[in-house]
Design a protein around this ligand. Sequence first.
Ligand code: SF4
Length: 428
Amino acid sequence: MSEAFLHYLWQFQYFDKHELQTTSGEPIHIFNPGTRNMNAGPDFHNARMRIGNMEWIGSTEIHIQSSGWMEHKHDRDPAYDNVVLHVVWKNDAPVRRNDGSILPTLELINRIDEKFFLDYQRLVNSPETIPCSRFLPSVSEIKKLSMMDKVLPDRLQLKAQRIFDSLHKNYNDWEETCYQLLARSFGYKINADPFQQLARLLPYKVLRKHADRLLHLEALLFGQAGFLEDDIRDEYYNLLKREYNLLRQKYNLSDRRLNKSQWKFLRLRPANFPTIRLAEFAALLFYNPSMFSTILEKETFAELYSTFSIKQSEYWFQHYTFVKPAKEPVSTIGRSNISTIIINVVVPLLVAYGKSRDEQRFIDRAITILHETPAESNAITKLWKESGFKCKDAFDSQALIELQNNYCAKKRCLDCNIGVSLINQRYQ
Ligand code: SF4
């Protein structure tokens, strides 16, 4: 037996209630099992029941064995003083309150069809990445959509919380925070860490002073990234190096530089080389000198898409790295890269900003933009599609990623509308 399954049984009252009584023989009548408490304290609050001749409103605590009460030291925790019923799988030891009276206990071991639990175990212990994938065709679209609607806000909240944490470190500076998030996103997965480190070592307030000169922005970014340390015969390289040497003295940046070896090129398509991404990032900051304010002004995916569809400087149309010319002209930032930035930076920023100002319109805008943005295509979304889920936009793909990471991977099928629906189907 698992506690999660006992919670489920109690919440939905899926046990034999014929002649229900406590372990000491008092009849029990349950009017309301209460509401699930996901925080510290007893498992269910505001349960209403009659035990013997007394009506009670209070909490219910659930354990596999009644001795769990003492093991978890609930006898010494005042938060458990209002527990009116202890629900256990097996009553292996009587539990007494502080005043010495026996805590009313309901034992479920002989009130459940064992097959019911075995079905549940079969579901959660399936080796598939999505344990319920075989059974999904029997789940209604409404149940699936309701679960996606449930998990998407969790994902947005988590991302907003990360933004609040960085905002705190940046003394509540939204522009600096936005710049750091964008930098990380420009690093894509493989160079996200050095990009983020670069943004921390090179403050946005320094770059903004040079926002009118793309050459200076490139010099600062490539220089701080550690790419301008070699002796190379290349006119553009040496121009950047000269500018960087002047600027790094001016802003005292010398000791805060990355090393070129921190950047990864292996197994990357040339269009995703960090040199190209740095050039694109410089161009973005050049065309949008107040990036966060620009984001707040944009209402739709189309407007954001055109903001991020920037052209890097001429040199980076002809090179993937310094010196060696590219065989074909280098393309501008791709559609899927822009969508990734919108999903991972713009949308969370709008949510965090809306929450911080208590303005729902920014959160609504974030949701609308997610619906307008193409769905991500990755290993997780492919799995869901193979299981028959529709993944038509970024709202769906983000919800499915959250469902997989935070429910399926943790076997939280009993907290999932789909899992509950599947188990209920078998029981009813
Ligand atoms: S958490 Fe939900 S979607 Fe995931 S495997 Fe369990 S029942 Fe299926």
